[in-house]
Design a protein around this ligand. Structure first.
Ligand SMILES: [Zn+2]
Length: 290
């Protein structure tokens, strides 16, 4: 059966792979017209097969976010037949209603990156696309049902601001981000989400709360007694549990992903351009005008 679901994730993937908590086949980097992708894994869990793609290397091979080849990553997944992309990344909570170990299904973003290749179509008009809905609504619903079924604490919506990194934000920057409505800050998801949209893929972003955005204090904005009433585990315990459950989350999403293609409009995002510019059906030919 064709594998149509993938998760793009961070450096923890290599650790989980080496520890044996994720099983399958290491396929390695994939060659694309946009360069080499990150390490690709074909995972196998409970009769569900799905791809895992590592954005970063491990140890000293972990690059700054601006050096990740997002175009190669998305192209490689599309080329393998992937339609459903679940993106996984960490962030720092800005709002006091999010705690370490919570998962946020991102519903909107403010993209503050400026050093990344953000389109496949620099020499054509195919990148002029509306960004509403920002993420695949059907995939978001499925992810919410999966997280609910796994009894994980999650937020069904949240606005993320995506900063360039690799450095973290200053206290004044965090105050500015809060004033623009951001609830969590991360270095992940852009331009990945926009590139997936350009290739008509379903994409949803899951951001787990790793820590609290700098608030000008050595103490986190909230913690201790308030969260003990919501959840008996400590922040680090909850964080380890959430990160360790990634494989099961993706497997459960893959099991439900069959209904996605028929329930959303993601696969028709370029249909107006296809008609207007007479594009071929094969998306691989959209990049060249020879
Ligand atoms: Zn979709």
């Amino acid at each position: 059966m064709a594998v149509t679901t993938a998760c793009i994730t961070g450096g923890e993937l290599h650790r989980q792979w080496s520890e044996g908590s994720i099983r399958g086949e290491l396929l390695g980097p994939q060659n694309t017209p946009f360069g080499s992708s990150g390490d690709l894994f074909l995972a196998d869990a409970e009769d569900q097969r799905y791809y895992l793609l590592a954005r970063y290397g491990t140890g000293m091979d972990k690059t700054a976010p601006c050096r990740v080849n997002h175009r190669a990553n998305i192209y490689a997944l599309k080329d393998l037949g992937v339609q459903t992309v679940l993106a996984w990344g960490s962030g720092a909570a800005i709002t006091h209603s999010m705690a370490v170990g919570d998962i946020v299904i991102i519903s909107d973003v403010v993209d503050r990156t400026y050093r990344r290749n953000s389109t496949f179509f620099e020499d054509s008009p195919l990148g002029f696309l509306r960004q509403f809905p920002v993420f695949c609504p059907t995939l978001q619903r499925i992810v919410g049902e999966v997280l609910h079924g796994m009894r994980l604490i999650y937020h069904g919506a949240g606005t993320a601001v995506i900063t360039e990194g690799p450095r973290m934000e200053t206290p004044a920057e965090v105050r500015a981000l809060a004033s623009m409505g951001a609830e969590i800050v991360t270095h992940t998801f852009a331009p990945e989400m926009f590139l997936a949209r350009e290739l008509e893929m379903c994409y949803a972003g899951l951001c787990y709360v790793l820590d609290y955005a700098e608030a000008g204090s050595r103490q986190p904005p909230l913690g201790g007694a308030l969260f003990e009433s919501m959840e008996s585990q400590t922040g680090p315990d909850r964080l380890a549990g959430v990160v360790g459950s990634l494989g099961q989350i993706v497997a459960n999403v893959a099991a439900a992903a069959g209904e996605i293609a028929t329930a959303c409009q993601c696969t028709q995002i370029q249909s107006q351009h296809i008609e207007q510019y007479g594009l071929p059906d094969d998306w691989r030919q959209w990049f060249s005008r020879d």
